[in-house]
Design a binder for this molecule. Structure first.
Ligand code: N01
Length: 532
């Protein structure tokens, strides 16, 4: 085998890239990392819109592999704000001393497998080319933003901003008429902040959100201490859970409780301010639409409690998809915002946005004059970041072609025809349906053990069998079909991107089960993979 420049290339310096690079170096492999941003952080570097905050509680959204990191880092709030998370990942990267392995401000444009040398050749937008035996994508699931291709979008005379590309110097909306398009997680967080500043805010809503008041507050000293003292127990509990967030589920179905009993359960859990506690209240909430309707109605009641105009409350109430089929959003004062005099809601469900004009937004019903438009319109999720790179495997086969009808992976981490490629949090793994930091730890550790095994046996190529990948992908889709996920037009299924194959991009069986399957595959000598 021709000697590569590096043993491995890691694409991306978010949570997964930082930890992966550390693991590879720990096992004595040379690693080169590339990152488009000027520093580490990934999605938490780019998403700096006002109000950006995680929807996992801080102590869960943190690495558990290093006792020193746990001992030395102190979270301050129950739900961490973006600047805190960015500081955290900077702290971790410095602590592990991994930044020196990365070229920052450098985007990978292509990665081609060379059949003759058995190496990956990676080319960047700065003109760098390196070869490596292993290619590890740590590109994140929500790093390719999506702005709908509205006619006239370039003609707007005011300012346009996507939430994930917020100017680092900030924006002062004082005195402006601002439009926000989108009411997903980003929208519900940015809307109250824009409303605080703008002269007038018009929210363009296509689908209302099930949103939970996150009840954010500073952590108490007792909570901080408790976490550090009981970290081992915490790790066990979170690893036993399907979502990487420990919760408790009643042993009775929702429909076997009376309405009064159910509402008491939901109320108690609402006050825990944690989405997982609500959606996991009863075992049938996510498999039975009638059961789901009970919790959906509970959420709608919360909207009616807050929004003073009943007609507006109804417009803001989700009715045509099950709770959880689109991600439950976490907010601070979102619904209260609609009680303000300077905020109006425009439903674009039946009267869609037809164009952006030089002066604002034109829907099928009316025109709205604006000085700035915020696109809180989301991402080409999970596959978008991988397919934005020209990745080619054996015989020059491109990943874009291989996945034209939807991604096909084995365990979400390997792709047939693409030897020695590891796709961290890739499609077909639990990725975004879990606390993603837990999912990342599992994927990084499994990948580094696989690579250690390959090095130990002197292997040159590691690749899933076609049948294993096909079977895994079919099973993952079948599993999702037994849930309510397919009933939501969400980015989980690619439904938010016109022309994208509509297929669930996550393994819905839970991180706990997934971990067992991956460990079993490894224990059986990487069953389903060919090792040459
Ligand atoms: O994106 P989204 P996001 N006309 O896709 C609307 C993570 N995240 O950036 O629902 C009109 O959820 C679209 O409408 P519809 C988190 O995992 C986490 O908000 O498609 N509207 C929707 O309302 C999250 O789930 C955090 O009908 C259009 C919105 O734009 C994920 O990122 C914070 C439209 C897009 O919502 C994505 O969230 C932020 C059109 N043509 C993000 N096209 C936290 O941790 C799209 N929309 C809290």
């Amino acid at each position: 085998m021709t000697a590569p420049d590096y043993d491995s290339v890691v694409i991306g310096a978010g949570f997964s890239g930082v930890y992966m690079t550390h693991k590879l170096r720990e096992q004595g492999l040379t690693t080169k990392g590339f990152e488009a941003a000027p520093t580490v952080g990934g999605t938490w570097y780019w998403n700096i819109y006002p109000g950006a905050r995680c929807d996992c509680i801080s102590m869960e959204y943190a690495f558990t592999f290093d006792p020193e990191i746990i001992a030395e880092w102190e979270w301050t709030e129950r739900y961490p704000a973006q600047p805190d998370i960015l500081r955290y990942i900077e702290f971790v990267a410095d602590k592990l001393d991994v930044k020196r392995h990365f070229s920052f401000n450098t985007r990978v444009v292509s990665a081609h497998f060379d059949d003759a040398t058995g190496l990956w050749s990676v080319v960047t937008d700065t003109g760098e080319t390196v070869t490596a035996k292993y290619l590890i994508t740590a590109a994140g699931c929500l790093s390719t933003s999506s702005t709908p291709d509205f006619p006239g979008i370039g003609s707007f005379r005011g300012q346009t901003i996507h939430t994930s590309a917020w100017p680092r110097e900030g924006i002062d909306f004082s005195g402006m008429r601002v439009g926000v398009i989108g009411t997903g997680s980003s929208g519900v967080q940015v809307i109250p902040k824009v409303a605080d500043q703008a002269e007038h805010l018009t929210v363009f809503q296509r689908t209302p959100a099930f949103s939970l008041d996150c009840g954010n507050r500073p952590l108490t000293e007792d909570e901080k201490l408790d976490f550090k003292e009981n970290i081992e127990e915490f790790k066990v509990l979170s690893r036993q859970s399907g979502s990487g967030q420990f919760t408790d589920t009643l042993e009775v179905n929702a429909l076997d409780h009376t309405e009064e009993q159910r509402n008491a359960v939901y109320e108690e859990r609402w006050n825990r301010h944690r989405a997982i506690d609500l959606i996991a209240s009863y075992p049938d909430l996510f498999t039975d639409r009638a059961a789901n309707d009970t919790i959906a109605e509970f959420f709608r009641g919360k909207i009616r409690d807050v929004v003073t105009d009943p007609e507006l409350a109804e417009q803001l109430s989700p009715r045509d998809y099950p709770l959880g089929a689109k991600r439950i959003t976490l907010d601070t004062g979102y619904f209260q915002t609609y009680n303000r005099d300077n905020v109006s809601l425009v439903s674009v469900k039946n009267a869609p946005i037809e164009a952006i004009t030089p002066d604002g937004i034109k829907t099928a019903d009316a025109e709205y004059a604006l000085d700035a438009i915020v696109f809180a319109t989301g991402f080409d999720a999970v596959t978008g970041p991988l397919l934005s790179i020209d990745i080619r495997g054996r015989d020059g086969q491109s990943l874009r072609e291989a996945w034209a009808d939807g991604p096909v992976t084995y365990l979400g981490v390997g792709v047939h025809g693409f030897p020695n490629l590891f796709t961290l949090t890739g499609p077909g793994s639990p990725n975004v349906l879990t606390n993603v930091v837990c999912a990342i730890e599992q994927h990084v550790e499994w990948t580094s053990e696989a690579i250690a095994h390959l090095e130990a046996v002197g292997a040159t190529a590691f690749e899933p069998r076609e049948s294993a990948a096909k079977e895994w992908t079919e099973q993952a889709i079948k599993l999702a079909d037994g849930t309510l996920y397919p009933e939501g037009n969400s980015w989980y299924t690619g439904a938010n991107i016109p022309g994208k194959p509509r297929v669930i991009m996550s393994y819905v069986g839970g991180l706990n089960l997934y971990r067992e399957i991956c460990d079993d595959v490894a224990a059986k000598g990487y069953e389903g993979f060919t090792i040459a």
